[in-house]
Design a protein around this ligand. Sequence first.
Ligand SMILES: *Cc1c(COP(=O)(O)O)cnc(C)c1O
Length: 426
Amino acid sequence: MRETSIETKCIHEGYKPGNGEARQIPIYQSTTFKYDTSDEMGQLFDLEKEGYFYTRLQNPTNDAVAAKIAALEGGVAAMLTSSGQAANFFAVFNICEAGDHFLASSSIYGGTFNLFTVTMKKMGIECTIYDQNLPEEEINKLFKPNTKCIFGETITNPTVNIFDIEKFAGIAHKHGVPLIVDNTFATPVNCQPIKFGADIVTHSTTKYMDGHAVGVGGCIVDSGNFDWMAHADKYPGLTQPDESYHGVTYAKHFGKAAYISKATVQLMRDLGCIQSPQNAFYLNMGLESLPVRVRQHCSSALAIAKYLESHDKVAWVNYPDLESSESHELFEKYMSGASCGVLCFGIKGGRETCVKFMDTLKLANIETHVADSKTCLLHPASHTHRQMTEEQLLEAGVAPDLIRFSVGLENPEDIIADLQQAFDQI
Ligand SMILES: *Cc1c(COP(=O)(O)O)cnc(C)c1O
């Protein structure tokens, strides 16, 4: 039989109702779960038996939605988090502790950059930022004996360049560490990083997966492919007994789902960044229509990118689907026909003209958001990346005149008309 398509998975994975049961995933709006005997509850605490006992650790609504995302990404299991920030923090913190080191691309979301280089530093975890265009020999030099993972974004926010997943998976594996990829912008509709060697995939589900700007959320997907036991000395948290669970060793007890099980029963238990079941329900509504929406976002974005490229007031445009994009070759390798609905461009006349232009738009709103149904835009140098120095901005490839434009689900002709009236006024 043919492999089930992503459209069908988006509808059916994660939840199969039994006879006479609710067709849609029920919202288990309950903090706790009841047991008949004390002994059964004890077994849950010892991880000897699977079951729900407290929503901070696991909840059936969240688990159904996480299982759907795991299926979409081709992973063995997944865990929902309260935000994309929590997902990226947990993804790294699950295998890095004080005294450890990891590598992250300079072309990443501003919030992630801050988390990795400022906040995690205070926890004693050191992050070296690399330029993802560097050749392999240069990246190799950045490794230290205490390096525990490499991090990058499939499509970088806000510069929309494409990460060479196979290259970095190869480098990571040569050094015996996993590759973590944030797949927020591409979504599994356009790219499944695990197929190209990524070990862990993260999401800000706040973006296309939700798609309607209703709930902040995140997700971590475990490919199950990284052999923790083969690098046991590097990952004691996974390969040595956890005293807080009567000595369970995750890599032995949970096999291929060791990483995600540890993140759930240990990090989520202790740090508690859960997604509410209500938000998981909304997220699932978004997932059901994800492929249909993503395809429309992308075809509109391509039309708008072409319009901008031909406009004489536009200094430059970057959209990976355009042949002129520096990422076009990687686009052809990694994306299945389209990248995302976000593009970026600069306007002739520099920063002040950019600001005037943005203020003149009517349909497109200035918002700290991307990837939902409403067209919006942002000027990273004045907004999301304002904490960065000019030097850090340049290193991250964020030009001072860069406008990040997120194409919504309005008719693309209307979006172009709005852009046109704004260009006419500058
Ligand atoms: C938005 C975003 C995040 C952070 O997610 P939140 O849900 O806002 O916490 C992380 N990575 C990328 C690529 C994002 O776009």
